[in-house]
Design a protein around this ligand. Structure first.
Ligand code: SF4
Ligand code: SF4
Length: 177
């Protein structure tokens, strides 16, 4: 159990995510933490929003929670793990990364690591219709498709379920399960 994630989940309802937009300008987004499991750091994001697109594109996030005297920063790889309970939103969880915990009142200043691997339920799989064209690999933001296999194989622990590969497959060989 990561006690820093516990503190973050127990003490914060929202965190701020920092991003660079397509022109490289910094922007921030406030997101709601989803406390389904105190050992995971999860938040929901409106599907199709700028933040949603950026998380899919980069698969990485930097966020911070701040209250009266405690601040927690986390930088890590993020996965979309499916639909959130909040209508129209998708749930993202930090897969692995590192963080900084600061408690000014109690003079605590510690770094921590998030190592837990989250494999999303379901996922995209390639069937025998695959003609090994490699188009899916070319568009995959995580480059997580093994094109040396026949049919090609999607690495489920790396896939962020963005669906880009499905859109370009010429023979509809990629299915969501
Ligand atoms: S859904 Fe397809 S394109 Fe997106 S990360 Fe997974 S394998 Fe890559
Ligand atoms: S795009 Fe479709 S046919 Fe081409 S390699 Fe990927 S899964 Fe196979």
């Amino acid at each position: 159990m990561n006690r820093y994630l516990e503190v973050l989940n127990q003490s914060f309802d929202k965190v701020v995510i920092a991003l660079n937009d397509k022109e490289g300008r910094a922007e921030v987004h406030v997101v709601d933490l989803v406390k389904q499991d105190e050992n995971k750091l999860c938040f929901d994001v409106e599907e199709g929003s700028t933040l949603f697109d950026a998380l899919h594109e980069h698969g990485y996030v930097s966020l911070i929670g701040v209250n009266d005297h405690v601040s927690i920063k986390v930088n890590g790889f993020v996965l979309c793990v499916g639909e959130s309970d909040t209508h129209g939103k998708m749930l993202f969880c930090i897969e692995k990364g590192k963080g900084e915990f600061r408690d000014e009142m109690n003079h605590v200043n510690e770094d921590f690591i998030i190592e837990e691997e989250i494999v999303p339920a379901g996922g995209y799989y390639v069937n025998d219709a695959c003609i090994l064209c490699g188009t899916c690999y070319a568009v995959c933001p995580k480059q997580c498709i093994d094109t040396a296999k026949d049919p090609v194989v999607i690495n489920q622990s790396e896939c962020i379920q963005c669906g880009e590969c499905v859109k370009v497959c010429p023979v509809q060989a990629i299915e969501k399960k």
